[in-house]
Design a binder for this molecule. Structure first.
Ligand SMILES: Nc1ncnc2c1ncn2[C@@H]1O[C@H](COP(=O)(O)OP(=O)(O)O)[C@@H](O)[C@H]1O
Ligand SMILES: [Mg+2]
Length: 293
């Protein structure tokens, strides 16, 4: 099982360059596609899902060009789009039955599969209630169930944690881990904690460019020994901001506590902190100038 993305560009009318020369090769496991809003995550996912075409470059599923032969990939694809709509009057059972029919799945097999999925995503207790009354988390579980109808080898979920409360978010993360195994799972998010523990590889994307494709550990190692905590006056903060990457600030009685990425100590009172994926992410994204003049 291999998904190869080779030199993909996407230019929308405008023109807006949404992707530039994105290349990476994905194998089974969870890949966290992490980047700020507008980075190009949904565009890349739509291209992989064969819903959109790249302006240049190509995507290969097990060596087959998905533009020439999209069916090879479509047959094994599960996709949860960012703007996933449901039919509010249908219950999960009816909705999944309808989609299975629309996807042309065998009726008898899909009936059994739907029963399994309703249990797998923990919707048994509400399987006969209309989806329109569900919470965000419950709806996302319906979304995941529909993406799993054909037991996909390639599962693409676009910002699945948006609109979830913290508890639902945690539950969703563990569900994704359970679903991995012998499939390629691509999960996009702009929230570092969604992928820092669940993803085998992080694909870091900003302004349409792939900045890194590596395990979270490797990215964190890049900022080891370079993360500092420092309490500053407002003037000092302004000076630090000009010279270093600031990951976050918190205002506390009279001063500002800043989390800073710097090769050496940025201030006499700075103390070294243990690096996190958030530090690595902010450092990579903020020091990337987009190659613009
Ligand atoms: N259909 C479209 N037409 C024109 N521009 C678009 C279209 N879809 C997305 N964009 C632009 O492409 C860039 C990437 O968008 P998107 O892929 O949605 O990013 P993300 O999912 O990371 O937030 C943004 O600048 C966005 O405004
Ligand atoms: Mg998006």
């Amino acid at each position: 099982m291999e998904l190869r993305i080779a030199g993909v560009d996407k230019i929308y009318r405008g023109p807006v360059t949404a992707l530039r020369g994105v290349s990476m090769t994905l194998h089974p496991g969870v890949i966290g596609l992490l980047g700020p809003n507008g980075a190009g995550k949904s565009t890349l996912m739509r291209i992989i899902a064969t819903i959109a075409q790249p302006t240049a470059g190509a995507v290969y599923w097990n060596g087959v060009d998905t533009k020439r032969n999209p069916d090879k990939l479509r047959r094994v694809l599960g996709y949860l789009p960012q703007d996933f709509g449901v039919y509010p009057n249908l219950n999960p059972f009816e909705f999944l039955t309808f989609l299975a029919a629309a996807k042309g799945l065998d009726t008898k097999k899909s009936r059994r599969r739907i029963e399994e999925l309703i249990d797998a995503v923990n919707l048994r207790g509400v399987a006969t209630r209309p989806i329109g009354r569900f919470s965000g988390g419950m709806r996302q579980r319906v979304g995941i169930a529909q993406a799993l109808l054909n037991d996909p080898e390639l599962l693409i979920v676009d910002e699945p944690t948006v609109g979830l409360d913290p508890e639902e978010r945690i539950r969703f993360r563990s569900m994704i881990s359970e679903l991995s195994g012998e499939r390629v799972v691509i999960l996009s998010t702009h929230i570092v904690s969604d992928v820092e523990t669940t993803a085998d590889e992080i694909a870091l994307i900003a302004r349409g460019c792939l900045l890194a494709y590596a395990p979270a550990k490797a990215l964190v190692a890049e900022v080891a020994g370079k993360v500092w905590g420092v309490v500053l006056s407002d003037e000092d903060l302004a000076a630090i901001r000009r010279n270093y990457i600031i990951v976050s600030t918190t205002r506390r009685n009279g001063g500002v506590t800043a989390r800073v990425v710097a090769d050496g100590s940025p201030h006499p009172s700075a103390e070294q902190l243990a690096p996190t994926l958030e530090d690595a992410y902010m450092n990579r994204v903020l020091s990337y100038d987009g190659g613009s003049p």
